[in-house]
Write a protein that binds this ligand. Structure first.
Ligand SMILES: Nc1ncnc2c1ncn2[C@@H]1O[C@H](COP(=O)(O)OP(=O)(O)O)[C@@H](O)[C@H]1O
Ligand SMILES: [Mg+2]
Length: 462
């Protein structure tokens, strides 16, 4: 069942639940009110008539009633003290039937009575008032009965019911129409969203939902659009990544092809030069190997499959190992590598020692390759607010401000051609960031072109 139909059904139910009892209640109230009023009028009239001065024969009253009957909607029955009919405006058989009633018998004994029980065949006559006519001494001279017709009430009630019916149907139809339109308006964006998500499922990420308003539906369309943007971005990045990978593979491969061809065709006579070509082949092969292993690592980080061990590790030990590995390279370049531990005590972090060592290794090799002879690199670490803070600071070439926001992107290199000579493929920082992210830390960079770079990261302490 669609939403529209549900809304309409609900509306109908509410209408029935509210309108029907309401109509019945009003109907009942109107009737009661009218009847009360009628009873009062009847009582009053009867009282007045019975107080008129009478003689034995009631001639006076008789002629008044005869006159009254001409103009009144009521019926009158006047009896003498023995219960004989003096004047009756009712049909004879009904008068007969009435005379048998207790209330008529009692009224002749001086008791006032009323009845709502209509005589048979005159269902419209619903009420009568029976009152004794008394003389000055209290003796009963006769009885006067007044009958009110229910017909005007019934007519009014029929009209009222008809009107309520018409009004109710009108209101129902108007509300139905409004609801139908409103439900349509509410459903339309949902249908559009269904459309858009269908496109997204088919990998068409350019579609967007028109966002209308700040309500729940509007928020949902916003979320869907965000999702679409992210998917689109993701797809684009994937395509870029694939293009980068292909490019990075192609370059060393064509070098390899070229160099080996030279050797194969014996164009080089000189042994020295032959060795130079072989060295180039080895270099490119190494590059390829590194590229493949870095890519493997990246894909593991991506697939959440990065095997990050979670063990308590002494960070100072990781620093010592990395320092030992990189000191020769730094010395060879004439760079001073200094380690500053700023906090005493335990520096236990929970994480994967190999991966963390790799982060330090990537940052330090970058620093070494971008720092000139005679300069220095400082690796500083300390505990601050229950976190480990690590800084790798160099006084090297620095990074242009326009490159800084992209520095952690995959395959992002400042001055691609220059860096290729140094062997970088732009994956080192992306991997470092991936590892730090997975450890629940943060990594960032500050750099001033020409005067140096500082990479910082934090790690939660164990
Ligand atoms: N300490 C540094 N000083 C100057 N430039 C740096 C430094 N570290 C990284 N970079 C720049 O950031 C780029 C990305 O670094 P990275 O992801 O390690 O890739 P790679 O080292 O493979 O080129 C490098 O190409 C380099 O231009
Ligand atoms: Mg690097």
């Amino acid at each position: 069942m669609n939403i529209r139909r549900k809304v309409m059904g609900l509306q109908l139910l509410i209408f029935i639940l509210v309108l029907v009892p309401l109509t019945l209640l009003v109907d009942h109230q109107v009737r009661d009110l009218y009847v009360d009023h009628l009873i009062d009028e009847l009582n009053e009239e009867s009282e007045k008539l019975r107080q008129l001065p009478v003689d034995d024969q009631q001639h006076h009253l008789q002629s008044i009633i005869a006159d009254l009957a001409e103009v009144s909607v009521r019926d009158y029955l006047l009896l003498d003290q023995r219960g004989k009919v003096v004047i009756s405006t009712l049909p004879a058989e009904i008068t007969e039937e009435l005379l048998d009633r207790d209330v008529v018998q009692r009224v002749l004994q001086g008791v006032t009575g009323t009845s709502t029980h209509p005589p048979s065949g005159m269902e419209d006559l619903f009420y009568f008032n029976a009152g004794p006519i008394k003389g000055t001494e209290g003796e009963v001279h006769g009885a006067l009965l007044l009958f009110a017709s229910m017909e005007p009430v019934n007519k009014a009630l029929t009209e009222f019911r008809l009107m309520m019916g018409l009004l109710g149907t009108g209101a129902l139809m108007l509300a139905a129409w409004l609801l139908y339109a409103m439900a349509g308006q509410m459903v339309a964006p949902l249908l559009k969203m269904k459309d858009v998500t269908g496109h997204l499922a088919n990998r068409n990420y350019r579609v967007r939902v028109e966002v209308g308003g700040e309500d729940e539906v509007g928020q949902l369309s916003k979320s869907i659009n965000e999702l679409a943007t992210r998917l689109q971005h993701h797809e684009e990045r994937q395509q870029d990544f694939l293009a980068d990978v292909t490019h990075e593979l192609r370059t060393p491969l064509s070098y390899l092809q070229g160099y080996s061809q030279v050797l194969e065709e014996n164009w080089v006579q000189d042994e020295e030069e032959r060795k130079r070509y072989l060295a180039l082949i080895v270099r490119e092969t190494r590059r390829l190997k590194r590229l493949v292993s870095e890519l493997t690592e990246l894909s593991e980080i991506d697939a959440d499959g990065l095997k990050v061990e979670r063990v308590k590790t002494d960070f100072a030990e990781i620093v010592r190992l990395t320092e030992a590995k990189l000191l020769p390279a730094a010395e060879e370049k004439g760079i001073r590598l200094r380690v500053e531990r700023r906090t005493a005590g335990s520096l236990l972090v929970i994480g994967d020692p190999d991966r963390l060592e790799q982060v330090l290794f990537n940052l330090l090799t970058n620093a070494i390759s971008h720092t000139a002879e005679g300069e220095q690199i400082v690796l500083r670490y300390r505990v601050e607010k229950k976190e480990l803070h690590v800084q790798v600071q160099d006084t090297g070439a620095g990074i242009p401000a326009s490159d800084l926001p992209h520095i952690f992107d995959r395959f992002y290199r400042v001055e691609k051609s220059r860096n290729r000579e140094r062997g970088g493929m732009g994956l080192g920082l992306a991997i470092a960031k991936g590892i730090i992210d997975r450890h629940g830390g943060q990594i960032w960079v500050e750099s001033i072109e020409g005067s140096g770079t500082t990479f910082s990261f934090t790690l939660p302490l164990a």
